[in-house]
Design a protein around this ligand. Sequence first.
Ligand code: GLV
Length: 315
Amino acid sequence: MEVKRVEIQNILITGRIYQEMAQILLKEKIDKDFRFVSENEVSLDDLLWADAYVGFCPTENFQFGNMKWVHSLGAGVDRFLFNREWKEDVLLTRTVCSFGQKISEYCLSYILRDLQGHDVYAWYQSKRQWKQVVPKPIQEQNIVVYGTGAVGQEVAKNLFSLGVKPIGVSRSGAAKPYFSEVVPVSRAADVMVKADWVINTLPLTKETYKFFDDEFFYRLQNAGFINVGRGATVDDEALLNALEKRYVRLAVLDVFTKEPLAIDSPLWQHPNVIITPHISALTSPKEAVQCFLTTLKHIEENKPIVNKVDVLKGY
Ligand code: GLV
């Protein structure tokens, strides 16, 4: 069967890093027409001109026009797909680069901080007290990773290298490298009771919206919960309740249903909540350009596109 070649000439680049991307791309002397525009200045003319749209999210005035390709500068594509209509014949791709490594370092930093008692020792130091509290080895921790995709697998790999036997939870339960086992969501209850930590790397889709609810948290016993997936996969009320009841001992949250987190959110002041402003895996301009150019090349040469999004699944 002959596959139709996608012709891309006019490329609209927007989003927080559009200027840095322009600097790198213009040096590369690529035989394409580019427009680099900040998100709030993208005009209807820009959108109708573009064959390809590159950005973190659709602009407010977004429309598909003649676009054949949309490339997300983030790994998550919910801003393009969740509660939105997608035009069937438009290819959607996402940036895949060192996110998994960055997210692993983020998770490890908070897990080790906890196991090594950094806060406890800072407190004793401030009191000039010499007191030993035995650090806990990470190998002895049961760590459950929700999502066994590119990010989840990298997290598992890094944990594994430190002697952890990570358990994965996914839709299918298909085995993946570095996980001692992967269970389907329907069997997750069995592994949750033993969890010292739960790391959420799930994308936001219709199925994962408020997935971490009362019923989920109720199964935990004093566990750490790290959210590096998407905020709206968590029911915030249920999380607060779980913190109160000690099902969750510590929550490390990098993503929130609404970002920035509202100033009056009770999460800010909660003694057992650590908040970071969606920084666990920021896209760097260099990696963004690299992934964009590789994807463009694969499209033009009709090669398999590994970072193509399944718009029906939503990730
Ligand atoms: C960040 O959250 C991303 O989607 O890459």
